[in-house]
Design a protein around this ligand. Structure first.
Ligand code: SF4
Length: 454
């Protein structure tokens, strides 16, 4: 089976017809976790297909099952262990990869029968484990793998991962211990992938990394090459080149996981010029300087409100999205009030929030002053009420305007202000999946817009 549990999509069969006299070995695949893990799954599936393995829509028909796990929070760990158990029960031959794979001892303690455990973004190790179990098929038809690889996203969307790992050490997060320090992909390789995706019909590229704005820091912004010309491995140069590619292809580029460093100011004019979508997903996580310091957040010393003002002066159309953690150890009512005041002042367009939950291995677990669960939940509720009012007011300003919309399903699409899966949508009648349409907005609520095609 090929299933992407994070998106709750139905299992999809990616199998191909096998020869009359020989059945190619068939692999089941379960993909859990965030978009970064999704891209890892796509790479493994691409490699499997390139080598001629079939994929199976059921556990029973698979010769073995690969489970790409998530280990970000305890609930995700539990879900991953449960998925491994289910694959073992229904198939018996299981290879584990992904973030939880970085804790091989824990996986093997819970499920001693797994065949192999590898860490995240290690396609080579996963393939070696597959080869050890199943012969590598040989078939000239495997060359028919599409150049953009196997994608788990709809055909008109694709995630573009520009780096792996993270140099920060936020005290609530164990990602660096699972995925390692920052490793930026060569800029020529990233742009070549973007070009292939756009040629294959992708209409929106979603740029992701643990910290997109840190792109190139690990290689000291070394000069790479693209189309024979030198180009620095740096966010600004990457965004500029991506914007040009996307404009030529009539597509969008959206930036996720950007931190409020001064260097981001240079990218915002590209948004005003239309190369990159005027959209920034900036995980602020808190606003109280004391809590940000305890969280060891990157760019926590920056004056974030001034930065937001600057971004809006450079690009008045910019949409700002963020996430916040409430109930972090030591958060007082005063800290929380500071966060609410920040929200009122910042007038962010979109906000997600989480009540803090301790993750095994996170440094923040050592803080003694935990906030009771009920208090954290109540604060989250208050925060979302405040933000619902702000988001609704910001969306209401769009009523009467014409918005460019990318159609995701008949009658449903997203404007430039809406990232897939996490933001609201635009409702209208008609439209073909993957095309751009113009919608006159007639009404709004706190999440979505409603209108008709112009
Ligand atoms: S920036 Fe912080 S939260 Fe994000 S991956 Fe790095 S350590 Fe984790």
């Amino acid at each position: 089976m090929v299933a992407n549990a994070a998106r709750r999509s139905a299992p999809k069969s990616r199998g191909r017809a096998s020869g009359a006299h020989r059945k190619d070995p068939s692999i089941g695949f379960v993909s859990l976790g965030c978009p970064k893990a999704l891209v890892d799954s796509e790479r493994i599936l691409t490699q499997l297909r390139a080598e001629g393995y079939a994929t199976s829509a059921t556990y029973e028909a698979a010769d073995l099952v690969i489970v790409n796990t998530c280990g970000f929070i305890d609930a995700a760990k539990a879900e991953s262990l449960e998925a491994i158990g289910e694959a073992l029960e229904k198939n018996g031959k299981v290879i584990v990869t992904g973030c939880l794979g970085a804790q091989a001892d824990a996986v093997q303690a819970a499920h001693p029968k797994v065949l192999a455990v590898t860490g995240p973004h290690d396609t080579a190790a996963v393939m070696a484990a597959v080869h050890a179990q199943l012969r590598k098929p040989h078939d000239p038809f495997v060359d028919l793998v599409p150049p953009q690889g196997i994608k788990l996203t709809p055909r008109h969307l694709a995630y573009l991962k520009i780096s792996e790992g993270c140099n920060h050490r936020c005290t609530f997060c164990i990602i660096p211990s699972m995925r390692g320090d920052l490793v930026s992909r060569p800029i020529g390789e990233v742009l070549a992938e973007a070009e292939t995706l756009l040629r294959a019909g992708v209409r929106e590229l979603l740029v992701i990394a643990q910290d997109t704005s840190a792109y190139g820091v690990d290689v000291k912004y070394r000069t790479g090459f693209w189309r024979g010309r030198p180009l620095k491995t740096r966010m600004l140069e990457l965004c500029d080149a991506l914007g040009r590619l996307a404009q030529d292809a009539g597509a969008w580029v959206r930036l996720h996981y950007v931190y409020p460093y001064p260097s981001v100011d240079a990218v915002v004019p590209l948004m005003a010029e239309g190369g990159i979508l005027p959209y920034l997903d900036v995980p602020f996580q808190h606003a109280s300087p004391r809590i940000l310091k305890r969280m060891k957040r990157p760019a926590s010393a920056e004056n974030v409100l001034a930065r937001i003002q600057r971004w809006r002066s450079l690009c008045p159309e910019i949409t700002l999205r963020s996430t916040f953690i409430v109930g972090f150890p030591g958060e007082t009512e005063g800290d929380f009030e500071a966060l609410l005041e920040f929200l009122e002042a910042a007038q962010l367009d979109r906000v997600g929030s989480f009540a803090y939950s301790p993750v095994d291995g996170a440094a923040a677990n050592a803080y003694p002053d935990a906030v009771p669960e009920a208090v954290a939940a109540a604060r989250r509720e208050r925060l979302m009420q405040v933000q619902a009012r702000i988001s609704a007011a910001r969306l209401a300003r769009k009523v009467g305007r014409v918005e460019r919309v990318l159609v995701d399903a008949p009658g449903v699409g997203r404007s430039m202000a809406d990232a897939p899966e996490i933001d609201g949508v635009v409702h209208f009648e008609g439209g073909q999946v993957g095309e751009f349409v113009d919608v006159r907005i007639e009404r709004s609520d706190e999440h979505d817009l409603y209108g008709r095609l112009t």
